[in-house]
Design a protein around this ligand. Structure first.
Ligand code: B12
Length: 480
């Protein structure tokens, strides 16, 4: 069976405009994991990344036609719904007999509705897909029954949607083969401008699942936290260095430092093997999952930056979104990072449920007071399947279920917000997002700090690019 996985083209709005200038070209590791697993079982799966390759609809059709695939899998984030569906339509136009499978965050929470509404989709995989997809192939070959494939949703001949049993989570992530990046055109990928110091910089994911309960987060992998072994992770780093010349790794895990013993072992291994001198890295975690001692060790092991989901500086709002951290914990984490010499990024949210305009301004002031090296201000967007989505009409009004508009960067697009909390206007929050970014980044203190640390031309170039994008990208402006 000839298999192809497709990352659909970029959604409209921010990701196509501001994102194209300074945003990431991110390796589709989800597809790489599944394809590598299938290939290790003797199948032949390709990947087409329409975002990185910047493919037009005609080019996508041509590539799919040439491949003569029997089954095509398409990733679906909520924001990419229409783009993903377009790919499914193209597949069916070329050959109605080709099976179309969707997977990823959106089908994971809305498998039945999506299958019911869209005639060009045959199967939806819910959650982790490596084993489910493999068993689906066996079912299509007649070896097992479709109804026996856990984690699968499908349509029967009479159009009824069937939802099979839930798939058991993979306990030991090391059983999965390392994502085979040779399936991708690796020269096309780079993180967004503020996420790296040196290129090539590539992403690795070491974990799945998160036990925390933030109301805005789309849970793809359930609560159970699982992590690759230190050995597996270091092998993956070495592979990226040797095969693709990686100078830097961006760990994209939501909570990289959940297990202190893991972090200690990982850092000690990097130092022991002298890898801390050869490769630098950054990661993402929560403020309650770091301490000064650990940060100093991480710095020694080559970690240059940590990104924290701060969201707000207001304790009432932090409690309301079930962030389970205190304002003091936030302040401590940023202070310790400074002490350890680790750069920081604060992810902030504007327009949280019940947030007043004064509280939004407080969030911007708090970000400046924390004084991280980078700050990101996104607009609260209730994604389907989240607790926030369920509460949306209690604290405000959900104005659209056009998934194209579910943009956290709406301040940089023409669309109105899909949701605002009671008493707040879309236009006010969009303007606030632009104000927050400009106020944060165009402070003399910030500019001076960055200028002092410029030690090579590419770094200078990326700062200019970032500043230019902020100045020239905004609502109503023409953005090529
Ligand atoms: C890296 C990342 C990004 C990267 C790259 C995304 C990409 N192209 O893969 C960047 C920075 C570009 C990004 C951007 C955004 N992201 Co993002 N991102 C992630 C992150 C941290 C990791 C994704 C990942 O690689 N996971 C590892 C792989 C193995 O897991 P996976 O992707 O879920 O894939 C597994 C299954 O879902 C499934 N699967 C996935 N695809 C497919 C396809 C088929 C055919 C099948 C069968 C199965 C399948 O099988 C995979 C293996 O088991 C996740 C959070 C997370 N921890 O997963 C958020 C996440 C995916 N992002 C999210 C969001 C909201 C966004 C943005 C909208 C954010 C914004 N601020 O605007 C944008 C949208 C960008 C766009 N293209 O339109 C949400 C998605 C919610 C939703 N309902 O769609 C997530 C889940 C975060 C969250 N918890 O809320 N993101």
């Amino acid at each position: 069976m000839k298999i192809c996985f497709v990352m659909p083209p970029m959604a409209s709005g921010y990701w196509k405009k501001l994102g194209k200038k300074v945003g990431p070209q991110s390796e589709p590791l989800s597809l790489c994991y599944i394809a590598s697993y299938l290939n290790s079982k003797g199948y032949k799966a390709d990947i087409i990344d329409c975002i990185a390759e910047d493919l037009t609809e005609e080019e996508i059709e041509q590539r799919l036609r040439e491949g003569k695939y029997d089954i095509v899998g398409v990733t679906m984030l909520t924001l990419m719904y229409t783009q993903a569906l377009n790919v499914c339509k193209i597949v069916k136009k070329i050959n109605p007999k080709t099976y179309v499978v969707i997977g990823g965050p959106h089908p994971t929470i809305a498998a039945s509705a999506t299958l019911q509404n869209e005639k060009d989709i045959d199967f939806a995989v819910i959650g982790e897909a490596e084993i489910t997809f493999y068993e689906l192939l066996k079912a299509l070959d007649g070896e097992i029954k479709l109804s026996a494939v856990d984690g699968l949703a499908y349509k029967t001949n009479d159009g009824k949607v069937m939802l099979n049993n839930q798939r058991k989570l993979i306990d030991d992530l090391d059983i999965l083969p390392m994502p085979d990046r040779s399936l991708l055109k690796m020269e096309l990928y780079r993180p967004s401008v503020s996420y790296y110091k040196r290129l090539p910089a590539y992403i690795i994911l070491t974990t799945r699942g998160c036990p925390y309960r933030c109301t805005f987060c789309s849970k793809v992998f359930d609560k159970k936290y699982r992590q690759n072994s230190v050995e597996y992770t270091i092998k993956e780093m070495k592979y990226l260095m040797e095969e693709f010349g990686a100078k830097e790794i961006v760990f994209r895990d939501d909570t990289f430092t959940m297990k202190f013993p893991w972090v200690t072992e990982f850092c000690n291994k990097l130092i022991e093997e002298g890898l801390n001198k050869k490769i630098r890295w950054s990661c993402m975690t929560r403020v309650n999952l770091v301490n000064l001692e650990m940060l100093k060790l991480m710095k020694k092991a080559g970690c240059w930056g940590i990104h924290f989901g701060v969201e707000s500086g207001n304790q009432r709002l932090l409690n309301l979104i079930k962030k389970d951290v205190t304002v003091q914990q936030i302040k401590d984490a940023f202070k310790w990072c400074k002490e350890a010499g680790v750069e920081t990024r604060a992810f902030m949210m504007l327009g949280l449920p019940t947030e007043t305009k004064e509280e939004s301004l407080e969030t911007i002031r708090f970000a400046k007071e924390l004084d991280p090296d980078w700050a990101q201000f996104t607009i609260t967007t209730p994604y389907p399947g989240t607790e926030l989505y369920k509460q949306a009409n209690e604290h405000g009004e959900l104005k659209s279920i056009d998934w194209n508009n579910y943009q956290t960067w709406a301040g940089f697009s023409e669309n109105d917000l899909v949701w605002t909390t009671n008493g707040r206007e879309s236009s006010e929050l969009k303007a606030l997002q632009r104000k927050a970014l400009r106020e944060f980044y165009f402070r003399p203190k910030f500019i001076l700090k960055k200028l002092v640390h410029i030690d090579n031309l590419p770094i200078f170039r990326k700062y200019v690019l970032g500043a230019w994008a902020l100045l020239t990208t905004g609502e109503g402006r023409a953005m090529e």
